[in-house]
Design a protein. Structure first.
Length: 269
């Protein structure tokens, strides 16, 4: 089974954001604002990429979609951060309707002749456990027979953490949230060209069979003022507390996230 992960890095598409903009130019200005973009780079460096770099099953593709308008210096920085992760594929796409563009980008990565395609998506401040791909592939093998009657199946890992990095380290809280984006994957029958971006995560259970594993921490949701999900009217607050030594050790073992690296990166001017 081919495994494909997707991460949008400040891609200026039409739709796909809680924050509305009157024009493409306004959206680009918002996404590429220096303060916001610097924060996104720091999250990507400290949270997302370490978890991808350390996957126990290395047989997957991690697609990072950027806008073709992303300035050259930022493209260079992104390529440098990903240089030692062979699974990463960076694709620059022109502006367009968000879901169709992402669907086309994912399908361009699919290889003919494979069995079912497993797909997951992360925001650029999220992370997954170091055995996420391994456990996803194992679970998919256990339920693959359902594809005889269904075009797609959801596989969900509902336990994990929400975390906020900063110059003093990491504040976090345990969470048990079914069908949250960082812990959610989908399996598609061969020949079905839909993608994980065709479905709203909070409606997945209405659209297809879904299997949820609640047993151990498998996902991490980044928490910051620029979270797109925090821009809507129903923003939820979480009681985050600083990680102690045991918590920092857990983050290293489960997500490959190093609190000392976080302190260094988020203390930079």
């Amino acid at each position: 089974m081919q495994v494909i992960g997707l991460c949008r890095f400040s891609y200026p598409g039409e739709g796909g954001f809680q924050v509305a903009h009157a024009s493409l130019e306004e959206r680009i200005a918002y996404l590429y604002a220096p303060e916001r973009l610097e924060e996104r780079f720091r999250f990507l460096e400290c949270f997302t990429l370490p978890s991808i770099r350390a996957q126990s099953d290395p047989d997957f593709t991690f697609l990072i979609v950027i806008g073709d308008s992303l300035p050259a210096e930022h493209r260079t920085r992104l390529a440098g951060l990903c240089a030692d992760i062979p699974q990463v594929r960076i694709e620059a796409c022109p502006p367009g309707p968000h879901r169709p563009v992402m669907k086309e980008a994912i399908n361009a990565c699919r290889e003919p002749g494979h069995g079912p395609c497993l797909q997951f998506r992360l925001d650029d401040d999220d992370a997954v456990a170091v055995d996420f791909v391994e456990r996803l592939r194992r679970a998919a093998g256990q339920v693959a027979g359902l594809l005889n009657d269904h075009r797609h199946i959801a596989i969900d890992f509902s336990a994990g953490h929400i975390a906020r990095p900063g110059p003093d380290g990491i504040e976090a809280a345990e969470i048990h949230q079914p069908f949250w984006t960082p812990g959610l994957a989908m399996m598609f029958r061969p020949g079905v060209d839909l993608s994980v971006m065709n479905f709203a995560h909070h409606r997945i259970a209405r659209k297809m069979p879904a299997l949820t594993f609640p047993d151990k921490a498998m996902m991490l949701r980044g928490h910051n003022d620029h979270n797109d999900s925090r821009q809507g009217p129903n923003t939820r607050d979480f009681d985050l507390t600083p990680l102690d030594n045991a918590g920092e050790s857990l983050f290293r073992s489960r997500y490959n996230i190093d609190a000392n690296h976080v302190r260094e990166v988020f203390s930079a001017d």
